[in-house]
Design a protein around this ligand. Structure first.
Ligand code: C2O
Ligand code: CU
Length: 480
């Protein structure tokens, strides 16, 4: 194996396949390409946003939160100029894409963080259609306005719809992530030296020294976010999806929150779930879906006449809700953020069957890895197999293997576990289940997922609660 000799993660007999190895380039060359090039620029920097009359300072891409969506077709080549105008180093990670490893945006694992004032050229083939998103992979930067939707269209789209709407759900910290947990994470970060060290290729921030941070209570989950935004808009000035009565809508729901799982429903409508984390499923009709942090669902519905609330309700918290509006008649009054459907039939992972083209073939794993998820030190550290990221033992795999990840949540909080660079299948008996890249492991649950190791490199595996990840709940899948 070629590789990044500086990683040194494994013994001498198992050299890691690093982000710049020939295997990574060979995998990129094997991807189907259209020959079309899509060019974009992302300039992360400080900005002031107006949230229904409330001026807030935050960080955003091109002064817009969420960023203007990036849309291309599978097989297109995205060339994106990242120009860092933040005071801190940053990266962009393409959440859910099985792309080339050196473009994955993880400092210390796949690239160096981009220093203030510097640039980085992202250049990769969009590997498969679906609903994805992008965000920095440095500290808790994603708890600012640094996030955006990435839609990869299918040149042979099998679904029929009239309107394609993207709704990005976000829990809003008022200011620059000044929630108690952000401060905790900052302290942890400062405890190990400045973030600037990452630009010279150091490890991810806030890992091994998190224990120096001040405790903020037994349960670090109950941060109260003052606002829940949908496409950057607060309930007082909601985002509106316009359609005509009887039209068919595809709504792409993206949970970009750092610390909030959202239950989503559309008043007066049922939802036909047609894709999970970008991958198509046989349609299932439900009243409501729950999205852990990082998860996506695409739903279809037929719009009735009027104005209907699209409500995002934080699961298990007392917070206010988020609101968008589906409007098909001009005269109907703006609805309140209430929907009985939120307490109707809730989608479960086991309701979902991938379409034949998206099904992982049945098979027995060549290798299994256990991931035991738990809290330590009253929430100052979050562990995978008893370790934080700084002390991690990578989950080694060999190219072509079928790998089972056996996750067990031994805590009382949700852990939406996300794997970079792959889409796994829920393992449930003989037939592999729904394909996903982020799966919400609920308290005391055991859950197995299977993947085929077909995208060489070094890939992060972590909890998408930004604070759990930052306080240690990350490891990596390492090709050797
Ligand atoms: Cu949304 Cu490590 O990713
Ligand atoms: Cu977690």
């Amino acid at each position: 194996a070629g590789g990044n000799g500086s990683l040194g993660l494994l013994g001498p007999d198992s050299t890691p396949i690093g982000p710049h190895s020939p295997e990574v380039l060979a995998a990129e060359r094997a991807r189907t390409r259209t020959g079309r090039v899509v060019r974009r620029t992302l300039t992360p920097g400080p900005t002031t946003l107006d949230l229904a009359g409330r001026q807030v300072d935050t960080w955003a891409f091109n002064a817009t939160a969420p960023a203007t969506e990036i849309r291309l077709s599978s097989g297109d080549n995205l060339r994106l100029d990242l120009h860092n105008q933040l005071p801190d180093p940053t990266t962009v990670h393409w959440h859910g894409l099985a792309l080339r490893n050196d473009m994955d945006g993880v400092p210390g694992l796949t690239m160096d963080a981009v220093a203030p004032g510097e640039r980085f050229d992202y250049d990769f083939t969009a590997p498969h259609p679906g609903t994805y998103w992008f965000h920095p992979h440095v500290g808790v930067q994603l708890d600012t306005g640094l996030l955006g939707a990435l839609v990869i269209e299918d040149p042979r789209e099998p679904l029929a719809y009239d309107v394609d709407a993207v709704l990005v759900l976000d829990d809003w910290t008022d200011g620059l992530g000044r929630s108690p947990k952000a401060i905790l994470a900052e302290q942890a970060r400062d405890g190990m030296g400045s973030m600037g060290s990452m630009s010279s290729g150091g490890s991810l921030s806030a890992t091994g020294t998190a224990t120096r941070a001040q405790p903020i209570g037994e349960d670090t989950g109950d941060v109260t976010y003052p606002l829940h935004l949908v496409n950057g808009r607060p309930p007082a000035d909601p985002y509106v999806v316009h359609a005509r009565p009887g039209q068919r809508l595809r709504i792409r729901l993206i949970n970009a929150g750092s610390d909030t799982a959202y239950r989503v429903a559309v008043g007066g409508h049922r939802l036909d779930v047609v894709a999970a984390d970008g991958f198509p499923v046989e349609p299932v009709t439900v009243d409501t879906v729950l999205l852990g942090m990082g998860e996506r669902y695409d739903v279809l519905l037929t719009a009735d006449a009027g104005a209907f609330p699209i409500v995002s309700r934080p699961e298990g918290k007392q917070d206010p809700t988020g609101l968008a509006v589906l409007r098909t008649t001009d005269t109907a009054r703006t609805p309140r953020a209430e929907a009985n459907e939120l307490d109707g039939r809730l989608l479960a992972y086991t309701d979902l069957t991938p379409t034949p083209g998206a099904t992982l073939p049945p098979g027995r794993p060549d290798r299994e890895h256990d991931l035991s998820l738990r809290m330590a030190d009253g929430g100052r550290r979050w562990l995978i197999n008893g370790r934080t990221y700084a002390d991690r033992e990578p989950l080694d795999v060999r190219p072509g293997e079928r790998v089972r990840l056996r996750m067990e949540n031994r805590s009382t909080m949700f852990h939406p576990m996300h794997l970079h660079g792959h889409t796994f299948a829920l393992s449930r008996g003989a037939r592999p289940g729904v394909r996903k890249d982020t799966i919400n492991v609920v308290p005391r649950q055991r859950l197995d997922v299977d993947l085929v190791a077909d995208n060489p490199g070094q890939w992060l595996v972590h909890c998408h609660n930004a604070y759990h990840g930052e306080l240690g709940m990350m490891t990596s899948l390492s090709y050797v």
